[in-house]
Write a protein that binds this ligand. Structure first.
Ligand SMILES: *Cc1c(COP(=O)(O)O)cnc(C)c1O
Length: 342
């Protein structure tokens, strides 16, 4: 470890912040917090909102509900636009809510819903929200750095990501960016904040520091990760993620399996969610994959438990890694006798 108030760390945080600004597509500094992604979401909410504020929460799964819950916990009046899991948000729906209820101060959206493998059409949502004025607060934890999400260009006001997803770093850092409008809102917002007060983080960053002791080793990792990200370039990164996601979708379909995303146009390029067929014991297959082959198929969360599995393809991976995992799945499906159905 090193002195986090010394020149060596100052060099690291400056380089890392420049890298974050580049990936977020922004001209003001991204703030790095020591927290997991959820801490970043909490920071996003409490820095721009006040108790009693009306907000529209667009939710297509577990993480959309989590963002809504954070706002509720801190006293916002949350109006929910919830979709059936597997669906993507319709960009025409928020305008109807916003026109009917002009007191709505912010719209909360998950860019990439990791629980269902669906990517919301954020660019279109950004355009309609921006026209009407509320702040657009976006959970980009499992999208930013893997699929395009240029915050300024898309009219995003608050964008959050987390180190353990596409950034190729262990868990421990959250990244939060605020637009000029969002920083203005942070001056009058009254939800309680201390550790996650982004105004303090911003003024420390002017001196290349953080207000509290940062997770130094994660910074070393992120600094290194930027060498790879820069070498590949944003276009290269996005193209690789798209190609491997397409490969994953094509292969699971070739095995006779069905994607959980209702409409393939919104199927995520960072995580593929797949339905277990009714006639097989999916969790038993996942257990064999893990115990006999060291391949972890992500399970479904909450009501999707036992119904789907998820293949993550973001960050540090190659198509060969995914191919090897799918080979195991293919083999186990072929070996597994169909369960008797009534
Ligand atoms: C992983 C993830 C989070 C944050 O989860 P943590 O466990 O707190 O890091 C939030 N939103 C989405 C969409 C995620 O994929």
């Amino acid at each position: 470890m090193m002195n986090h108030r010394g020149p060596a760390f100052a060099d690291i945080i400056k380089r890392v912040t420049e890298g974050l600004n580049w990936v977020f597509g922004v001209s003001s500094d991204v703030i790095t917090l020591t927290a997991s992604g959820t801490g970043g979401l909490e920071a996003a909410v409490i820095n721009v909102l006040s108790p009693g504020d009306r907000v529209l929460a667009v939710s297509v799964g577990v993480f959309g509900n989590r963002l809504a819950s954070i706002a509720e916990t801190y006293g916002a009046e949350v109006v929910r636009y919830e979709l059936e899991w597997g669906a993507a948000a319709d960009p025409d729906a928020p305008p109807r809510r916003l026109d009917a209820d002009p007191s709505i101060k912010a719209v909360l959206v998950t860019h990439n819903e990791t629980s269902t493998g669906v990517t919301n059409p954020l660019e279109a949502i950004g355009a309609v929200v921006r026209e009407r004025g509320p702040l657009l607060v976006v959970d980009g934890v499992s999208s930013v750095s893997s699929i395009p999400c240029p915050a300024e260009r898309w009219g995003v006001d608050v964008l959050v990501s987390g180190s353990q997803k596409g950034w190729m770093v262990p868990p421990g850092l959250a990244f939060v960016w605020l637009s000029e409008r969002a920083w203005e809102a942070s001056e009058t917002a009254t939800m309680p904040r201390f550790y996650f007060d982004l105004r303090r983080a911003r003024s420390s960053l002017e001196n290349a520091q953080t207000p509290w002791t940062p997770a130094l080793s994660m910074f070393y990792g992120l600094d290194k990760a930027f060498e790879s990200l820069r070498a590949e370039g944003l276009e290269g990164i996005y193209t690789r993620h798209h190609a491997v996601a397409q490969y994953t979708r094509d292969r699971v379909r070739a095995m006779g399996l069905e994607l959980f995303a209702h409409d393939e146009r919104f199927a995520s390029d960072t995580v593929t969610a797949v339905r277990w067929p009714d006639e097989v014991d999916g969790p038993a297959i996942a257990k064999r994959a893990r115990e006999e082959f060291g391949v972890v198929l992500g399970g479904g969360q909450q009501s999707l438990r036992g119904k789907i599995f998820r293949v993550g393809h973001l960050g540090y991976f190659t198509q060969d890694d995914i191919a090897a995992a799918l080979d195991v799945l293919d083999r186990l499906l072929a070996e597994t006798p169909a369960r008797a159905t009534a």
